[in-house]
Each structure stands twice: as C-alpha cells, then as structure tokens.
Design a protein around this ligand. Structure first.
Ligand SMILES: Cc1ncc(C[n+]2csc(CCOP(=O)(O)OP(=O)(O)O)c2C)c(N)n1
Length: 634
C-alpha cells in the first residue's frame, strides 16, 4: 500500500503521475476488498468506481468543488481518499465510519444520501444557491443507472435541463441496479453502449482532446465546438442533448487517463453537462465480477472462497414471503408481485422465476410501484408490493391517495421493518407504523414469526381491501418455535398469562417481550405477554377485558418510533376510557438511530430484554439485583 499511504488528502493525488494513479487504483481496490471482507458492506459498487473516484478527486478540488453521491453506498473510495483511510476498519460498526456520506464525518461529504435518486435535486439546489451568492466552483452529482430509474432523478433532470445552471452529472452506468437494471432508460443506455461509436470512441475522443492546448478563450471556443462534435460523433446521447445537457460519452470508466482528460475538458463546458461513464460493477475481484448482485451488499466473507451462504436455522421473513406467495399464486392467477428494484432482498426471485409475466420490477420507483399496484387492483388483480419499510416512506401519498382512499385490495409487504443495523439511520425501518396508522381503510398486521406471516398473507389475499403486513429483517429465534394459527379475525394472541402487568408487543418485539417476561418472573413479577399482531384495528375486546380485570400497568413494545406508533394508539384508546391504567410506551426514541448491530442498538436504547425488565422494575418501584438483570438470566 505504498502509494495509498501517501494520500492523506485529495490534494495529494495531484502529485502523482498517470502511472502512479493507475497503481493507486490497484492498491485501493485491494484495500476496499480486504476491509469489506472483514466489516461487510457494499462491495461491488465500490470496486466499480475506483478509477472514477480517483479521477474526480484528481480533477476537481473537493471540498470547494462539491461532489454529491447518489444513494451513497459507493462512497468508500471517496472516504478513503478524503482522510478516512485509517478509520476504514470501523466501517458500519457502532461509533465507526458510516457506510454512507455523513456531513459530521468530513467536509468532503457535501450532502447525505442513503435513499436513491436524490443527488441531482440536491446538486442542483447547491448549484443554484452558489449562483445566487455569486460564488464560483463546480457542483457534481454522481448517479448510477439504477438510481436513474427513480422518479426524483427525472424531476431534477427536467428542472436542470431548462436553465443554464452549471451542473455536472456523472452517470455511472454499470447495467446493474442491485439486480440487472430495468426499464426503457436502461435499454436506451444499453443501445448507446453497444453502438459502434463506443468502440471507436476512446481513440477518437482521446485524439480530439489531446490535440487541444490548455488554457485561454481559444480553448473554451474549441471546447464548445467539441461539445457539438460529441453530439454528432456520438449521436446516441441525443436524448440528453435534447433535454438541454451537453452529453459526453460513453466513456470507459476504468481508463483513468481518459477519464481525467474528459473531466478536465468537461470542466470548461457551460450549463448542465452529463458524462456517461461505463463501469463494471464488482471490477477486479473475480467473484464480484461474475455475480455483482450477490456482492452488492455483503456480510464479512473469506476473500479466497468468496461469499458462502450458510443457511441459518430458520428461513428469513423475506424468503418465506416469496416462497409462500409463489405457492398461493399457483392457485390464484390474479396474484401479481411487484418490487422496486429489489427482487432478491424481498425474496421474490422464486415468484419471478415461476411467474415472469405476473412479476414486475419497476426500478427504484416506490411511488410508481404503489400506484401501479392500485391500477392493477382496480382492474381485477391482487397485487402484493414488497418494499423495505424505509424506502416505502416516499410512497406515503400513493398509499393514502391512490390505494386507501379508493379502498383497493393492494397488499403492502413491508420488509426490514424495525431496526436494520449496519446501514444506519437512512435505512432504519422505524417509522412505518406512524406513517400508516392514521390512514383510513388500512389494516396493519405484524407477525410474531414466519408461519404467522404465511397466515397473514393467506388472510390478506382473501380480503378485498388494503392491508399492510410489516415484518423485520432476518428471523426471530425464540418466536419461530411458537405455534401459529390461521387468522380468522383481527384479534390479538395471549402468549403468557400474568397478573402484574401486560406486555403488549408488536412483531419482532414479541420475542423480546417473552425474554423480558422471563427475567421479570425471576424477580417475582408476572407479566401477561400479548402478541399484538393487528396494529390497526386494535383488539378492543381484549383491551376491555384487561381493563375489567383491573390490570394497572400496560407496557407497549414496538420497534417503531414511539411518536404516533402502536403505543400511542393504545394511549389514545385508554385515555378515552378514563381508566386507571398506566401505559408505558417503549419503542424507538425521537431521534435518528445511527449504524451498529441490531443487538447493540437495542441494548443502547434499552429495548433489549434486560433493559426492558429494568425499566419495568423501576416503573413498579422495584430494584433488580445486578445478577438477575444480567444477560445470563435468560
Ligand atoms: C429509495 C430507495 N430504494 C431502494 C434502495 C436500495 N438500493 C440501494 S443501491 C440500489 C441500486 C442502485 O443502483 P445504481 O444506482 O446503478 O448503483 P450501483 O450499485 O449499480 O453502482 C438499490 C435499489 C435505496 N437505496 N433507495
């Protein structure tokens, strides 16, 4: 790592020769591979942008020039080059570097991302503010072809293209979203890549650019002409040209000298410019080159053997959703499945394989996915839309306005609900109960284990109304062993009887409640444990029974923010009855939760069994002995 050790700031790059830069790229690739193999993280996307990131930092002057990374999962090389190399071993760990751009980490992280397709809007805002303030620097957005399927990207392309704001869009085209990229734009980009122009492109553009002397008005004039010649040289980029951009490309994103010369010249263009860079996702590591989707995001792995799946004792909720839906679809031809660019993550690959005509990957377009489902439903289909909780946030209005207002039978399969861990604050699925609970017509379910998920899916597909089923990442160890029963109504389930208090737990918190109850029993406190599997509507009958039984302490447990979540719906109900019941809401507090493992985060938030037991003892005015409150107690 001889060269990399010399790079403590992007300015250090400028002292390197072209040959040294190429060597540096090799060292960085190895560095990323070795570190991500230890920490886990987004591997393939980062291996693909090594040369591009070096070229950007070589040509531009960050942080004066502003680089906005779309999604931000590909920012590792950027972090390594901007003084964070020595902390890189802490990536995605609690208290360590985030896997996404974070303004608190570095002045070079201009805008925080995590969710897709925001970079163009953010960069355009930064650029227009620059112009209003009379400042002078470059603003760039680096966006993948996958992220370019998101609606926001088009809204910004449209806005930027009609004015002369200086803005550079780097389109990193590797033909992949997480899965192979989809849609008409992907087909268009593919057409450009396969045009004969691209094959001769490198030689011709390189020659044209190298013939220009550097500096002066003459150069600017030549570059303007060159800009037009690009258009004719590479007619394929004409769509972007017509939208008002100077289109440059496609450019081989692994040819560092070429990238540098293209960027240097692009710096001189006026108005919005789009540079189409072609890269290989997973570049430089045979396993990730061969299977970039598998290496998009990885857990720690052995570099020599690659990622080896070790099946856990249970199937994850995602896998069960996909398998069960596929089974149900065999009997019901009206069942269709929709994903927003995550067929693998949501477990829908078996469905896709068996029913390619009834499976829709709409791209990173959650809003479109939901309204598209509404259209399918209104025309007789039974759509199941599987989307992670945090990504569904952007489809709030589509759920409310298009699905629920019309009371359409759309099933929202909300995956990764609750804390997700290492991806951090942008990805925690802790808001869905709050952003869904107040929407009329919507039923909200949360299974305690995967077999209950199956029954919920059976139930939901038999109803003729919108239903959301929210379930966590992975699986629950303890509750997986508990029996589940077909859902015939929307009642809750009493898992344990107890006289001292009631634990009302939602989804993944049922497991925690059972473990907390075990600790409490060791202290002589006997809680009832309830699987509150319907978050909306509430099981009023059961609540009334608890009220009649004069059970005076109710503790609500959820992996959602307490503000507006399940617990607050219980508060509202109990308040209405003027009952003498104390309700304590335990859930995610009113702040964004950074990265760390789920168990670490829960412990910190006192949402682990021991933390909950201690809090309950304190509410009851009882003290727990250290030994009994320790992890060993269960
Ligand atoms: C709104 C939203 N939906 C889904 C995701 C999950 N996601 C993360 S990266 C990614 C693919 C991005 O593809 P691309 O922009 O081409 O980048 P690449 O990884 O190929 O470099 C997806 C779907 C997300 N981050 N945000």
């Amino acid at each position: 790592m001889a060269l990399l050790e010399q790079i403590n700031d992007p300015r250090d790059l400028k002292a390197l020769s072209p040959k040294q830069l190429i060597l540096l790229a090799k060292e960085i690739r190895q560095f990323v591979l070795e570190h991500v193999a230890t920490t886990g993280g987004h591997l393939a996307s980062n291996l693909g942008v090594v040369e591009l990131t070096i070229a950007l930092h070589y040509v531009y002057n960050s942080p004066i020039d502003k680089i906005v990374w779309d999604v931000g999962h590909q920012c590792y090389v950027h972090k390594i080059l901007t003084s964070r190399r020595d902390q890189f071993f802490t990536l995605r760990q609690k208290g360590g570097l985030s896997g996404f751009p974070k303004r608190s980490e570095s002045v070079h992280d201009i805008f925080e991302t995590g969710h897709s397709s925001t970079s163009l809007s953010a960069a355009l805002g930064i650029a227009r503010a620059r112009d209003m303030k009379g400042e002078d620097y470059h603003v760039l957005a680096v966006i993948g072809d996958g992220a370019l399927t998101g609606g926001m990207a088009y809204e910004a392309l449209n806005d930027a293209g009609h004015q002369d704001t200086n803005l550079t869009v780097i389109l990193n085209d590797n033909e992949m979203s997480i899965a192979p990229n989809v849609g008409a734009m992907a087909a268009y980009l593919s057409k450009i890549r396969s045009s004969p122009h691209y094959k001769n492109m490198k030689r011709r553009v390189d020659k044209a650019l190298r013939s220009l002397p550097v500096g002066g008005d003459w150069l600017a004039d030549k570059v303007e002409k060159l800009k037009n010649s690009f258009k004719y040289l590479l007619v394929s980029g004409v769509l972007f040209e017509e939208l008002g951009y100077t289109y440059i490309g496609p450019v081989d994103g692994h040819d560092l000298p070429l990238l540098i010369s293209i960027l240097n010249r692009a710096k001189q263009t006026q108005g919005p410019t789009l540079i189409h860079v072609v890269t290989k996702k997973g570049k430089g590591y045979s396993f990730s080159e061969a299977n970039p989707a598998r290496y998009h995001g990885v857990s720690p792995f052995d570099i020599r053997r690659g990622c080896v799946s070790r099946p856990g004792p249970y199937k994850s909720y995602s896998v069960v959703l996909g398998q069960h839906l596929t089974k149900l679809a065999q009997k019901d031809p009206s069942i269709v499945a929709i994903t927003a660019a995550m067929p693998d993550g949501t477990g829908l690959i078996p469905f896709q394989k068996q029913f390619p005509d009834r499976f829709f990957d709409v791209g990173i377009a959650e809003q479109h996915a939901v309204t598209f489902a509404a259209g399918l439903a209104i025309n007789g289909m039974k759509p199941v839309v599987a989307i992670y909780s945090s990504f569904l946030q952007r489809a709030y209005d589509q759920i409310l306005h298009d699905v629920c207002r019309q009371n359409l039978p759309v099933i929202l399969a909300i995956d990764h609900a609750g804390l997700v861990g290492e991806d951090g604050d942008t990805h925690q699925g802790v808001f869905d109960l709050s952003y869904l609970r107040h929407i009329p017509n919507l039923t909200i379910l949360a299974p305690k284990n995967t077999s209950e998920l199956r029954y919920m899916l059976d139930y939901s597909l038999q109803q003729n109304r919108p239903i959301a089923i929210r379930y966590p990442k992975g699986y629950s160890k303890v509750t997986e062993k508990l029996p589940s029963f077909p859902l015939t109504d929307l009642s809750w389930e009493i898992l344990e009887n107890g006289r001292d208090l009631v634990l009302l737990a939602v989804g993944s918190m049922v497991e925690t409640a059972l473990l907390a109850a075990k600790i409490l029993k060791g202290q002589g406190i006997h809680p009832a444990v309830v699987n509150a599997r319907t978050v909306k509507p509430l099981d009023q009958e059961m609540m009334n029974r608890f009220l009649q039984d004069r059970c005076q302490l109710w503790v609500t447990l959820e992996d959602n923010v307490t503000e507006g979540g399940f617990g607050s719906s219980i508060d509202e109900y109990v308040m209405g009855y003027e009952a003498r019941v104390k309700v304590v809401n335990m859930g995610i507090p009113d702040r964004f939760i950074a990265h760390g493992s789920v168990s670490e985060l829960r412990k910190d938030l006192k949402l682990d069994p021991a933390g909950i037991a201690v809090r309950i003892c304190s509410v009851l005015g009882r003290e727990m002995t250290c030994e009994k409150s320790s992890e060993r107690a269960y």
